[in-house]
Each structure stands twice: as C-alpha cells, then as structure tokens.
Design a protein around this ligand. Structure first.
Ligand SMILES: C[S@@+](CC[C@H](N)C(=O)[O-])C[C@H]1O[C@@H](n2cnc3c(N)ncnc32)[C@H](O)[C@@H]1O
Length: 234
C-alpha cells in the first residue's frame, strides 16, 4: 500500500490580514462569496499577498490540483493500493477518498476546496470525498506505520536515488505500507519538524522538480515494484 502525503500544501483560505483589501472584496463579490471563503491564489491575489509572511510559499492550490490529478484514477489507485492525504500550512490533515473524481476544470476545483476548508468536508453530507481529520502530521504517520513499513521523504539534498534505486527501496509485496511525503509548495524548504518524521530522504534529480512530477515518478516506480499491471492483466 502506498500512502502519499502532500506536505505543507500551499492551500488555505484568504487570511484575515487581506480580507479588508478592496481588491479582495471585489473578487469575493464577483464570486458571490465572503472574502474569508475565498481560496488564496497567487494568480488572483499576488499583489495583495506581498503583505503576507512567507508569501512565496503560499497561495498555490494548483500544485495540489496537478498532484492529485497525477495520482488519482491511476491503475494503482483503482487497485485500492493508494491513500492520499493533504497536510496544509496550519497543520490540519485532509483525507482524500481515492474514489474521488476531481473536476477537470481548475475553477471548479477551487470551489470544491473552498467548500472543504469552510465546511470541513465535501460534500457537506453523505459519503465524504474529502474531509478534514482530527490528527496532526505525526499522528497520521504513526497511524499508517507498521513494523516493516518504509517511510520516504522526497527532498532536494537527500540521498541521490535513481528510479531503479527507488524501486529497490520499495517492498515487492503490496501489503507492506510505504509512506511517502512530497512538498506541495512552490519555494523554500520543508520545516525541520516535518523532515524528522521520515526515516529516508531521497533526491530524485540534480535539479528541483515539480511536486506533481515527483508524485508521478514515485507512484509509477511503486506500481512497477508491486507489479500492478501484471495483477490487473491477470
Ligand atoms: C517545487 S518543490 C518545493 C521547492 C523546495 N525548494 C523544496 O526544497 O522542497 C516541491 C517538492 O517536490 C519534491 N522535490 C522537488 N525536487 C526534488 C528532487 N530533485 N528530488 C526529490 N524531491 C524533489 C520535494 O518534496 C519538494 O518539496
């Protein structure tokens, strides 16, 4: 089982420091929402965001969107061998139902994430597709860990690891849990506390990669290790 955690994801509602700004209020009124119900997005709020601490790491929900599109609905996911969680900036954890079919349109994804962050779950009633769970990152990792599990953090500066090496790190049976963390923010480094939660740190290229490329590489390497295609053809 592959447990993917998108770490320190740049996914949050517009913070109170910005809600009084005229541009934000205009944007909210166009969207027929309160400013506090808008998803912070560099492409919409870049000018206002310069006032925010750590602004270069924030307001990039597209990173989560593209990463989720890369991993959901894959053969691994359809085989029931993938779980996905989003760890967001304020420490909360969102559980993604692997059966969720994300909107193909980014604006609709933004609406979905706004509903999730305002209401705590999507849809508001019935079986949830995405919901905030009552755990912090450490508790989540503990809950996924077993005696023989493997935990990996994809990170620049980690142990240089080719795709063949990566396959070698994965167990070849799908019962052993593999926990993999990938940062879902655009710039800067992962926090030291986050790094400490993963036993192995792997660098997958000599240059920085986009989070969704890293997610894809890890997912396909894992799928090869546990022979997903063979199982499905059988
Ligand atoms: C765009 S990067 C974030 C930028 C940041 N400089 C960093 O060090 O995390 C998004 C994430 O992709 C993963 N990543 C990017 N380049 C990588 C590489 N060369 N090897 C392993 N993981 C990488 C890391 O998990 C990273 O947090």
């Amino acid at each position: 089982m592959l447990h993917l955690i998108l770490l320190e994801s740049a996914l949050e509602l517009v913070p109170s420091e910005l809600t009084k700004l005229k541009r934000i209020q205009q944007h909210a009124s166009r969207r027929k929402k309160k400013p506090t119900e808008l998803l912070l997005d560099q492409s919409q709020h870049g000018e206002a965001m310069v006032r925010l601490q750590d602004n270069l790491r924030r307001g990039r929900p597209d990173i989560v969107y593209l990463s989720l599109l890369s991993v959901l609905e894959t053969p691994l996911c359809k085989s029931g061998l993938l779980t996905v969680h989003l760890h967001v900036r304020d420490g909360r954890i969102i559980e993604v139902n692997p059966e969720v079919r994300l909107p193909r349109n980014y604006d609709r994804f933004v609406g979905l994430m706004e509903q999730l962050l305002v209401e705590g779950r999507v849809p508001p009633s019935g079986d949830s597709l995405l919901h905030i769970i009552d755990m912090n990152l450490g508790q989540l990792i503990n809950s996924l860990t077993a005696e023989d599990s493997v935990s990996l953090l994809a990170i620049e500066g980690g142990t240089r690891t080719t795709i063949v090496d990566l396959e070698g790190l994965f167990p070849d049976d799908s019962l052993t849990p593999v926990i993999i963390g990938v940062g879902a923010f655009p710039y800067g480094n992962l926090n030291a506390d986050t790094k400490l939660l993963f036993a192995n740190h792997v660098e997958l290229d000599s240059e920085v990669m986009m989070a969704w490329h890293v997610c894809s590489e890890v997912l396909w390497a894992y799928s090869a290790s546990v022979n997903v295609a063979k199982e499905r053809f059988a």
